[in-house]
Design a binder for this molecule. Structure first.
Ligand SMILES: C[S@@+](CC[C@H](N)C(=O)[O-])C[C@H]1O[C@@H](n2cnc3c(N)ncnc32)[C@H](O)[C@@H]1O
Length: 392
């Protein structure tokens, strides 16, 4: 593909990404994969270049652009080399018209910028939400230790005791250490959230929103595979991915339980007021993960954000009923919005007098409201809010 043809391909893909964002269609990475599946003539360099252009344009534009061309024109305004590729060549984009309007640059749509601002996220901190994510792994202490591990590529030791950072794009899933369950891919911020939860061997722990088990595996390692660890989710597909991961990690203690939305407690009746720890890694807007999925800023609506807050309240209420006297709830969202963070804990404490917030003990993170917050700029992690509430 010529450089101009790559720009045109990126424009076509951006049209699909915009449509997907407006209509809750497929995410950008899936659209890009499908696009190239039908265009076998594109080589790996072409794919990489087009992908890079698409993500640069998504990161660059604040409000959702009218078209893919408008998004790319915005990028062209800031980059002469891209502007020069609007040359009208056979497979390239038509030349830029005099009255053509580029999309508007910025972090996110205006309403979301205001929400972030009200949550204390602006300027450099907000901009860093759209930076590039690192590749972090957690050394699985059930099978290895960080100091004794000899990985094929150099790795930086991070503050979390089992965390290592590798060059972005490293194919760790091809490594023996990964196949043998000695390392798991887990963002440093997610590892911090698990440290804050402070699961200990012999405890009864419920991971209420376990998904495919990223944090469950971390809890199992912290517990030394001793005690009870029940991983729950309402999504059968996600939860079914946990068992093979747990087998690889040697985390035999993990039990899984599929829940029905709205009758979660029925499936957990035998654990009423029995848990030392309930982890609520709640569904959220994912504003903290825009480094990985920048088009998330275009997919979110005020209505969806409100629905997440209601679901987070419901999940905290369920967790309260599972927590034993003296036990604790760890509430985690990968969001930097207070409406999915400290506000939810404040509302929970209003409804539940028998609980009080505790400062999470972690080597990284800034106190924020009733918990701590991690962000890409100050901590080099995905954005997270983490709070601990203890039952009297
Ligand atoms: C943030 S994700 C969990 C990520 C996971 N803990 C990890 O570390 O990889 C939130 C999960 O909550 C699940 N979920 C949504 N509604 C739920 C409900 N009512 N009860 C339990 N889980 C629910 C979703 O299916 C999703 O897997």
């Amino acid at each position: 593909m010529t450089p101009a043809a790559r720009v045109q391909a990126a424009i076509e893909l951006l049209d699909m990404v915009i449509d997907g964002a407006r209509n809750q269609g497929a995410p950008a990475d899936r659209l890009i994969a499908a696009y190239f599946k039908q265009r076998r003539y594109a080589g790996s360099k072409d794919r990489r270049a087009v992908r890079d252009l698409v993500y640069r344009a998504i990161r660059y534009c604040g409000p959702i652009p009218r078209t893919g061309r408008a998004a790319m024109l915005a990028l062209a305004q800031a980059d002469e080399e891209i502007a020069a590729l609007f040359d009208g060549s056979t497979h390239g984009p038509p030349a830029i018209g005099k009255n053509e309007k580029p999309a508007i640059a910025g972090t996110a749509p205006d309403w979301l910028v205001r929400e972030l601002d009200q949550s204390g996220v602006s300027g450099e901190v907000a901009a860093a939400m759209l930076g590039r994510a690192s590749l972090d792994v957690r050394v699985n202490t059930l099978k290895a230790d960080r100091d004794g591990l000899d990985l094929p590529e150099p790795a930086e030791k991070l503050e979390a005791p089992n965390a290592l950072r590798l060059a972005a794009g490293t194919n760790v899933d091809q490594w023996d250490e990964y196949r043998d369950g000695k390392i798991e891919v887990q963002d440093h911020g997610s590892q911090m959230a698990c440290i804050a939860a402070n699961a200990r061997g012999g405890e009864t722990v419920i991971d209420l929103c376990a998904g495919a088990g990223g944090k469950t595996l971390s809890l199992a390692a912290a517990m030394g595979n001793m005690g009870e660890l029940i991983a729950c989710d309402t999504d059968r597909g996600r939860l079914s991915k946990l068992t093979p991961r747990a087998n690889r990690a040697g985390a035999g203690m993990i039990q899984t339980r599929l829940l029905d939305p709205k009758s979660e407690l029925e499936a957990l009746e035998d654990y009423a007021e029995a848990a030392d720890l309930v982890l609520v890694d709640a569904p959220c807007s994912g504003t903290g993960t825009w480094r990985r999925k920048p088009e998330g800023k275009w997919r979110l609506t005020a209505k969806t954000l409100d629905a997440y807050a209601r679901l987070q309240d419901e999940l905290l209420e369920i967790a309260a009923k599972l927590t034993k006297p003296g036990g604790r709830i760890a509430f985690v969202t990968c969001s930097l919005l207070d409406s999915e963070g400290t506000d939810r804990i404040a509302a929970f404490l209003e409804r539940n007098e028998g609980f009080s917030a505790e400062a999470p003990t972690v080597p990284l993170g800034n106190p924020h409201g009733l918990g701590i917050r991690l962000d890409p700029l100050r901590h080099g992690t995905d954005g997270f809010f983490v709070a601990i509430v203890r039952r009297a």
